[in-house]
Design a protein around this ligand. Structure first.
Ligand code: SF4
Length: 152
């Protein structure tokens, strides 16, 4: 089901949201339930191509599966994503869908969730570009599609 057909069309964000990534790397550090960097097959293929590896090689070297879903391996002693270097993404061009669509994820778009999970810690909120309803819907649908493909 797409975002367009959900809700009542009057959600707070439909008037536009100001957000521009400030490169803080904060969303690349595991925090609670949004900890894993999940990967669809397409994400793994893009990563592998970028790193000049075969997809199977990439998966073996960099991924783990939890509950049937692939994600980047985690270091229990370090909450940072393994590709976060000097507060920046070292694989930016090939970063996974969930990194490209952040912070426009369906699960944080409720006013309360946005305030707690996004606004409270992401320095990009309230800065730079104003995202239109159309652009937000596009990002939300891209994220939803990708969530549907997890586990493949
Ligand atoms: S892949 Fe890049 S953008 Fe995504 S969490 Fe890791 S460092 Fe951050």
């Amino acid at each position: 089901m797409s975002i367009q057909s959900r809700g009542n069309g009057k959600e707070w964000w439909r008037e536009g949201v100001q957000f521009q990534c400030q490169g803080s790397g904060k969303c690349c550090t595991s925090h609670g339930e949004f900890g894993f960097v999940y990967l669809t097959l397409e994400d793994r293929q893009r990563f592998a191509k970028h790193l000049k590896m075969r997809t199977g090689e990439f998966t073996k070297k960099y991924c783990d599966k939890t509950g049937g879903i692939w994600h980047l391996k985690e270091d229990p002693k370090n909450p940072d994503c393994m590709f976060l270097k000097n507060k920046g993404c070292s694989v930016y061009e090939a970063r996974p869908t969930q990194c490209r669509t952040w912070p426009f994820w369906p699960e944080v778009m409720g006013a309360k969730e946005w305030a707690k999970e996004v606004k409270a810690f992401c320095p990009g909120v309230g800065k730079g570009k104003i995202w239109s309803e159309k652009e937000i819907v596009k990002a939300l649908n891209e994220q939803l599609d990708s969530e549907d493909q997890l586990g493949t």
